[in-house]
Write a protein that binds this ligand. Structure first.
Ligand SMILES: [Zn+2]
Ligand SMILES: [Zn+2]
Length: 267
């Protein structure tokens, strides 16, 4: 799939104004600081509303009804610990790697924006591919005790999720997931704008997965037929460990018999 190739009959240039604005920031986008500041900025922006909710929830009953584990509220110390881990991983691992990538593989920024339908399809394809890659990685890191103890246990420190637990993980997990996310738009030949949008959607979905809230507008409520697991699905993984290995969609867990819901556990 290639973002540059228009679909037959597709509307053209819908994304051009947005892409033109981004091209105005070309100096920043081409700088070695862009990947790490983009990743961190988007992540913390998406976490912020949930952090505010976590601080208010112990005193606001209206918020508690949306908590998946209503009795569990993260403390400021727990949130600070997760935030420190995220900043540490970005500074020590992601930043040097992204500088290396910037040096060895400069970004190509074409003048034309991608087609909107093609971009939507490519983002969906990137998400489905990431979902499969993470499912395999995750299953392996639960089934092999040494892999779990050495690499994945850090992410399971908290059995009740809250937004800042999203990136509470060790170096190997952070780099593996970062690699899957970074390589998918390359595999699919995506336009840079499609890549940026995929990274943004991917970060949003992973934060929502760990938010600990089942809100009325949650993604899993918008996708029909239970195809998307979302926060209740991933919170249950943190609570039960032995189910729901796919991060977003439910088809892989359904196929392998590892799908669990709050009402009926299959494992
Ligand atoms: Zn896990
Ligand atoms: Zn998790």
């Amino acid at each position: 799939m290639n973002c540059s190739a228009p679909l037959p009959g597709s509307p053209t240039l819908c994304l051009q104004p947005l892409w033109d604005r981004l091209l105005g920031l070309e100096g920043w986008i081409r700088s070695p600081f862009f990947p790490v500041s983009f990743s961190l900025g988007v992540y913390l922006s998406f976490c912020l509303p949930y952090v505010v909710m976590d601080l208010l929830a112990p005193r606001v009953v209206a918020l508690q009804r949306y908590k998946i584990q209503a009795q569990n509220h993260p403390s400021v110390k727990m949130m600070a610990n997760c935030l420190f881990q995220t900043l540490y991983n970005h500074l020590i691992f992601i930043f040097p790697l992204s500088v290396g990538h910037w040096y060895w593989s400069p970004m190509d920024l074409p003048l034309a924006a991608p087609e909107l339908p093609r971009t939507v399809l490519d983002i969906l394809a990137c998400l489905l591919l990431f979902d499969f890659q993470y499912f395999v990685w995750h299953l392996l890191h639960h089934k092999v005790p040494w892999l779990y103890r050495t690499f994945h246990k850090a992410h399971h420190k908290y059995t009740a999720t809250f937004a800042l637990t999203t990136e509470h993980s060790g170096a190997w997990e952070t780099l593996s997931l970062g690699f899957f996310a970074a390589v998918n738009p390359v595999i699919l030949g995506c336009h840079p704008l499609c890549s940026f949008l995929f990274f943004t959607v991917n970060i949003w979905l992973s934060v929502e997965d760990h938010s600990g809230y089942d809100l009325p507008w949650a993604t899993h409520r918008l996708v029909p037929f239970g195809l998307f697991g979302g926060a209740p699905h991933h919170d249950l993984h943190h609570m039960k460990f032995k189910a729901n290995y796919a991060p977003y969609f439910t088809h892989w867990d359904r196929l392998l018999g590892t799908l669990a819901t709050l009402h009926a556990k299959s494992t």
